[in-house]
Design a protein around this ligand. Structure first.
Ligand SMILES: [Zn+2]
Length: 255
C-alpha cells in the first residue's frame, strides 16, 4: 500500500490537551501534515512503534519540521532500541536538534507533558515493535501496532478507544513462498481483540490490499454488527474527536 499510496502512510497525529504527538510517520507524513495545515513545530514528540519503513520513513523530515529546520532545539524521539542502533531511523546529524532520544522498552512508562504512555508488551514482528497505552488527564486509549496475533495481546490494551493495525482480510499462515514472514493481524484477529477488550470505539487502520479491496468501511460495519461495539475504518485525513467517547452510542456517528 505504501508503494502505491492508494492510502496515505503519514501516521497518526495525537492532539491531547496541548500535548502534540506524532505516531509512526511513514512516507508522505510531511506532505499529509502540511496539506492539512498542521503545525509540526508544535510537536512535543515523535513516537515510532518499530523501524519498518511504513512507520518511520519520514522521521528525518518530521524532526526537521518539529525543530524548524534544526533552528529550534525541541521535542523528543521515542523508538525501540533497534530503531536507534547501528542503522538508526534518524540521521546522526539531527541528534543535537532535538531534546533527546528515548528507547522504548517492554513494560516501561513514559511522559510527555500531561500525557503518559506505556509500551506494555513486545510484539511478534520481524523487528522490535511495541504498541502503546496512552493516558491523558481525561482519557485512556490504546494503539496496537504491527504484530502477529498472540494470546496475551488482549491482556494489555484496554482503554476507551482502541486503534488497531489490521493488515490482512483473513489470517495467513506462513508459507515457504513468502519472501517475508507474515506477522500482521487480520480482520478476524481484530474482531476477537475488540470483543475481548471492549473499548467504547475501535478504529481499524493500516490496511493491506485485500482489506482495501473488501472496502474497509464495509468491513468495519460488519464488525460493528458482529461484536456489538462501534468499529470505524480509518480514512486519509480522518479526525476523531475524543469528546465523542462521552456521548451515547446511537449518537456516536463518525464525521
Ligand atoms: Zn511492520
Amino acid at each position: 500500500m505504501i508503494i502505491s499510496q492508494l492510502l496515505a502512510s503519514g501516521g497518526i497525529w495525537l492532539s491531547l490537551g496541548g500535548t502534540e504527538l506524532l505516531l509512526d510517520p511513514g512516507p508522505g507524513s510531511i506532505v499529509q501534515v502540511t496539506k492539512r495545515k498542521m503545525r509540526a513545530e508544535r510537536l512535543d514528540a515523535i513516537i515510532v512503534s518499530h523501524r519498518h519503513l511504513d512507520h518511520s520513513g519520514d522521521v528525518n523530515v518530521m524532526v526537521e519540521a518539529m525543530t524548524q529546520g534544526g533552528l529550534r532545539r525541541h521535542g523528543r524521539l521515542f523508538a525501540p532500541a533497534d530503531a536507534l542502533g547501528p542503522e538508526p531511523v534518524m540521521f546522526s546529524y539531527l541528534k543535537d536538534s532535538i531534546e533527546g532520544t528515548v528507547t522504548l522498552q517492554e513494560g516501561k512508562s513514559y511522559k510527555v507533558g500531561e500525557v503518559s504512555f506505556t509500551t506494555p508488551v513486545k510484539h511478534i514482528h520481524r523487528v522490535e515493535t511495541y504498541g502503546m497505552v496512552f493516558r491523558t488527564p481525561r482519557h485512556t486509549f490504546s494503539y496496537i501496532a504491527d504484530t502477529r496475533f498472540f494470546r496475551g495481546i488482549v491482556d494489555h490494551y484496554s482503554g476507551e478507544l482502541l486503534i488497531i493495525n489490521t493488515v490482512f482480510l483473513e489470517p495467513r499462515l506462513p508459507s515457504p513462498h513468502d519472501y517475508l514472514p507474515v506477522e500482521h493481524l487480520s480482520v478476524p484477529d481484530a474482531a476477537y481483540i475488540i470483543k475481548a477488550l471492549k473499548p467504547k470505539v475501535a478504529i481499524l487502520t493500516h490496511f493491506g490490499m485485500n482489506v482495501w479491496r473488501a472496502k474497509p468501511w464495509e468491513v468495519a460495519e460488519q464488525m460493528t454488527q458482529a461484536v456489538g461495539i462501534k468499529v470505524i475504518a480509518a480514512r486519509d485525513g480522518m479526525r476523531f474527536d475524543f469528546s465523542k467517547l462521552n456521548v451515547p452510542d446511537h449518537e456516536n456517528d463518525e464525521s
